[in-house]
Design a protein around this ligand. Structure first.
Ligand SMILES: [Fe+2]
Ligand SMILES: [Fe+2]
Length: 310
């Protein structure tokens, strides 16, 4: 059973971006990107989503050793929970080793790694926005034709489009140097189709926007983050708390939630048994117990499962 007015999501996706794992232990002089990915995967195993989508910059410099490290962390975790893994190329990735080590296929470095994953009626389309040798992004006319072809027949639960370069503006002028070119062409290709949301990365900060009528969600990075509050004439990458996202795909909408990779100190604790007790209450008792402003929330939170509601 569920409580609340919305039925549970039909599909749950973990959206991880810009892991930037290197061939060595650290990247950018201090960041243990592989260790941070290991923590991310531990959290994802607990969440057990239906799919895990990596929106690019999986490796920091396209190194085979980095992809092997990533695969050794991600594959066993995904297998344990039976989650599909969707790999999307980023500008720090290199197509041939990316395809070989992560996807188990040989790829022509000049051919974009575009592919489709079917997830119980939900279609996840991965499109490769990279340009070998450059950090900005584009989609070729052939890729847009391919996308139009794929989207010509709708999927039962619609489509999630996953890409690295976000098709949205940035308030940081320096970001525009490495943005996706000709975003209006993608807007035309997805308008009126069953694309329900676009997932992207690349900016290393969380952002929400739209492309035409399609929502766009940009995930942050699990490696380093760009300080969005800094003077936008510069660009400051910082070793600050990192996050990934949960994407709950409901029948009528999509909800994104940010998950802290390191949850921090516990200050208020509702034990996991709480839900069983709360579910057994009538809606009226539940509201009086938890929603009344005068309820002692600390006392409720600290009550353990064996006495809660008991
Ligand atoms: Fe990145
Ligand atoms: Fe990037």
């Amino acid at each position: 059973m569920h409580i609340g007015q919305h039925a549970p999501a039909e599909h749950v996706i973990a959206h991880v971006s810009d892991t930037h794992v290197g061939a060595g232990t650290t990247v950018y002089g201090r960041i243990r990107a592989a260790e941070q990915l290991r923590t991310v995967m531990d959290r994802i195993v607990e969440i057990a989503p239906d799919a895990i989508v990596f929106t690019g910059d999986v490796a920091d410099a396209g190194e085979s050793a980095a992809y092997e490290t990533v695969r050794s962390i991600v594959e066993p975790a995904a297998d344990r929970i039976g989650a599909e893994v969707v790999w999307v190329m980023g500008n720090h990735d290199a197509r041939a080793p990316f395809a070989r080590h992560l996807m188990g296929v040989e790829a022509d470095p000049d051919a974009p790694l575009d592919h489709v994953t079917e997830l119980d009626g939900l279609r996840i389309v991965a499109i490769d926005t990279t340009i070998p040798g450059y950090h900005d992004g584009r989609l070729s006319a052939a890729q847009l034709d391919w996308l139009r072809d794929v989207l010509a027949s709708p999927a039962p639960h619609g489509t999630v489009l996953a890409m690295h370069h976000p098709p949205i503006p940035s308030h940081m002028p320096l970001m525009t140097v490495i943005e996706l070119a000709d975003q209006h062409q993608l807007a035309e290709a997805v308008e009126g189709t069953d694309v329900r949301v676009i997932l992207a990365g690349h900016y290393h900060y969380s952002a929400h926007s739209t492309l035409g009528s399609v929502p766009v969600h940009v995930g942050s990075s699990t490696c380093y983050v760009v300080d969005t509050g800094a003077d936008p004439r510069g660009m400051h990458a910082v070793d600050a708390p990192v996050a990934f996202d949960l994407v709950h795909v409901h029948a009528d909408r999509v909800v994104h939630s940010s998950v802290p990779v390191s949850p921090g100190a516990l200050v208020l604790d509702y034990p996991v048994e709480s839900l069983d007790h709360v579910s057994a209450m009538t809606a009226e008792v539940r509201r009086e117990t938890f929603a009344r402003a005068s309820a002692d929330i600390d006392a409720i939170a600290l009550v353990r499962g064996d006495t809660l509601g008991g």
